[in-house]
Design a binder for this molecule. Structure first.
Ligand code: AMP
Length: 213
């Protein structure tokens, strides 16, 4: 079976996590989200997690050496040999270069495009389950019981970096450091741009079409 190696690129709130979950099911490859790995390291109280904390909570990028250490470890796990969906990595040119240096063949980079207004609406209303990571939205996808995860009954909370003050900073970081990767992968000939507005199912259909799977 073909090893699918994909990157989902796009600003925070573009739907990378949501769409990755669907691609995981459709392609039977793992999702590798550096945001999830970093949050896991924080929850576990590792030294790396503690170091990452201040950057994450202020909407800055965590230093490359910390992120690359996590990614290297994750890519070495047996399940990643079958391929993977990278969600939230790479996030700047140095990280993209580090990935290129591994000489793995990337199949496609999906660039999810969403207006700033919609990004802010999505991020400011987003709520996450502390236990299983399921994602909700106060208006677009509320839990059946306030504060309680529909999937696992865990506590549903707002990520500190989804607070109003931090969102603008994250969007700025995206524009300055991550957006140049659009041109980087366009040059490599593997970029596909997909409109990220609308229903999750609709967006997923657009992605499948763009990937020509
Ligand atoms: P995310 O869940 O992808 O929105 O990531 C949450 C936060 O984790 C980001 O705002 C960064 O502080 C940090 N982070 C996640 N992925 C990376 C990365 N590839 N490089 C640097 N920082 C990252």
């Amino acid at each position: 079976m073909k090893a699918h190696r994909l990157i989902l690129l796009g600003p925070p709130g573009a739907g990378k996590g949501t769409q990755s979950e669907r691609l995981v099911k459709a392609l039977s490859v793992p999702q590798i989200s550096t945001g999830d790995l970093l949050r896991g390291a924080r929850n576990a109280g590792t030294e790396l997690g503690n170091q990452a904390k201040v950057y994450m909570d202020t909407g800055a990028l965590v230093p490359d050496e910390l992120v690359l250490a996590l990614v290297e470890e994750r890519l070495a796990a047996p399940d990643a040999a079958r391929g993977y969906i990278l969600d939230g990595f790479p996030r700047n040119e140095a990280q993209a270069e580090a990935l290129t240096a591994r000489k793995v063949e990337l199949e496609r980079v999906v660039n999810l495009v969403v207006s700033d207004e919609l990004l802010v609406d999505r991020l400011s209303g987003r709520r996450i389950c502390r236990k299983c990571g399921a994602s909700y939205h106060v208006a677009f996808r509320p839990t059946a019981h306030e504060g309680v995860c529909d999937v696992c009954g865990g506590e549903v909370y707002q990520r500190p970096d989804d607070a109003a003050g931090v969102i603008a900073q994250r969007l700025e970081v995206y524009r300055e450091q991550t957006a140049p990767l659009v041109a980087y992968y366009e040059k490599a000939g593997i970029l596909r741009t997909v409109a990220g507005h609308g229903e999750m199912d609709e967006v997923f259909e657009r992605i499948v079409e763009a990937l020509e799977l």
